[in-house]
Design a protein around this ligand. Structure first.
Ligand SMILES: [Mn+2]
Length: 424
């Protein structure tokens, strides 16, 4: 872990400058009728979950180039996630993936307590076969034509709920790779009926205080059709299953140029937005770092979330879902968590009274400039001060590099060869 004296020493170098920037921004926001302390308090209370698989180096369909000191198992992953939280104070929980992260609950709870983390939504995996598995998912899982294969997928999801219960998780996220590669290969309607039947069995196993999130994705690994391909189908699923079922929006799972913030608004309006997988994309499900390509879109999504704040029962889950191929995953996840907080802070600065007035008065130019004013404001001093006051680092990446953490873990974690290509 990161020694507190290193965080303190690094902060000491930066606190004077930060205080000056924070005071200047506070004065500026004051003139706009905004209290910087109320924004800082909201940012400090905001958390985004880290995916356990995000701390390992990812790959593409062609190859994987392992990084130094990659985590060997879930306990190493929890150490890395603990580092991210200790420096950013923005990632208080981890989302586990079963069976990749399977371990005795008592050991997981002890490790999580040691590194100061909780457990977010559980993720099931029926998109690949595990060693010794009776049925194959080659032709689908929850929607497979074969009843025994569907049952195996249902049983796995129920097992994920049981594991999560022991860890204090309150949600299950289900993403399936089911679909088809050729026209005529499957019957769309029968395949979706089978999926819904299987999901009803999973839903029936949910504890009263749990939610299930279904995640849509337009294509891949199936390239002609996908069973849960878009937010419309996802909404139908949530409606069919019942009040504990919600839609999960992964920012990379839409066609290019789709208006994602509008999808978010629709799901909020009808009470079915479950949460997010944050990442960024240029072409498809690129799983690039959040805010690295289109930070304005991220801001527009948060504009909808801030708009809905305080709505009864509105508690969306926030999680990063990225693949890091050319960066240190810890650094990418720290920067990404900060980008999510940045978009939130910028959205909090939007003058909603002025925005509504412009909208009602059909003043398109004033409406869009009012909105953009939030995005244009440099909120970095707010984010840095929130981190500093919570015991984190004013500059997480610089502090992480100064700590030498990666070199230290590389000495005890052997480099894993990239024998198997493909996304992990
Ligand atoms: Mn995702």
């Amino acid at each position: 872990m990161i020694d507190k004296t290193i965080i303190d020493a690094e902060n000491e170098k930066r606190i004077k400058g930060l205080q000056a920037d924070f005071d200047a921004l506070g004065e500026h926001l004051d003139r706009r009728g905004i209290s910087i302390d109320s924004v800082r308090a909201k940012v400090a209370a905001y958390g985004v979950a880290v995916p356990s698989w995000g701390v390992g180096t990812g790959g593409t369909r062609f190859a994987r180039f392992p990084g130094e000191g990659e985590p060997r198992h879930i306990f190493d992953k929890l150490d890395d996630c603990g580092v991210i939280q200790s420096l950013t104070r923005a990632t208080p929980s981890v989302s586990l993936h079963i069976p990749w992260d399977k371990a005795p609950a008592a050991d997981l709870l002890a490790k999580a307590a040691e590194v100061g983390l909780g457990f977010d939504a559980m993720n099931s995996n029926t998109f690949q076969d595990q060693p010794g598995q009776a049925q194959s998912y080659k032709f689908g899982s929850l929607s497979n034509a074969d009843a025994a294969t569907r049952q195996q997928a249902v049983d796995h999801n129920i097992e994920c709920i049981e594991i999560g219960r022991a860890l204090g998780s309150k949600a299950l996220t289900v993403w399936i790779g089911d679909g088809s590669n050729f026209p005529g290969q499957t019957n769309f309607t029968r395949q979706f009926e089978r999926y819904l039947d299987a999901m009803r069995a999973v839903y029936a196993a949910l504890p009263d205080d749990w939610r299930v999130f279904t995640e849509h994705k337009m294509y891949e690994p199936a390239f002609y059709s996908t069973v849960v391909q878009d937010w419309g189908t996802n909404y139908l699923i949530a409606q069919e299953l019942g009040p504990k079922a919600f839609c999960l929006v992964d920012l990379g799972h839409h066609a290019p140029n789709v208006n994602i913030e509008m999808i978010v608004a629709r799901l909020i309006q009808f009470g079915k937005l479950g949460g997010f997988h944050f990442n960024d994309s240029k072409y498809g499900d690129d799983d690039l770092d959040t805010g690295s390509i289109d930070p304005y879109r991220l801001f527009l999504v948060f504009n909808e979330l801030v708009e809905a704040e305080g709505k009864p029962g509105f508690t969306p889950a926030h999680m990063l879902d990225q693949s890091h191929n050319v960066t240190d995953p810890i650094e990418s996840l720290m920067v990404s968590a900060t980008e999510v907080q940045r978009a939130y802070a910028q959205a909090l600065l939007v003058d909603r009274t002025a925005l509504y007035a412009a909208q009602e008065g059909n003043d398109a130019l004033m409406a869009t400039t009012t909105l953009k004013r939030g995005f244009r404001t440099d909120v970095e001093p707010i984010l840095a001060m929130a981190r500093y006051q919570s015991g984190g680092a004013i500059d997480p990446v610089a502090t992480y590099r100064a700590s030498g953490y990666r070199a230290k873990v590389a000495a005890v974690r052997p480099k894993v060869s990239g024998a198997g290509g493909g996304i992990v």
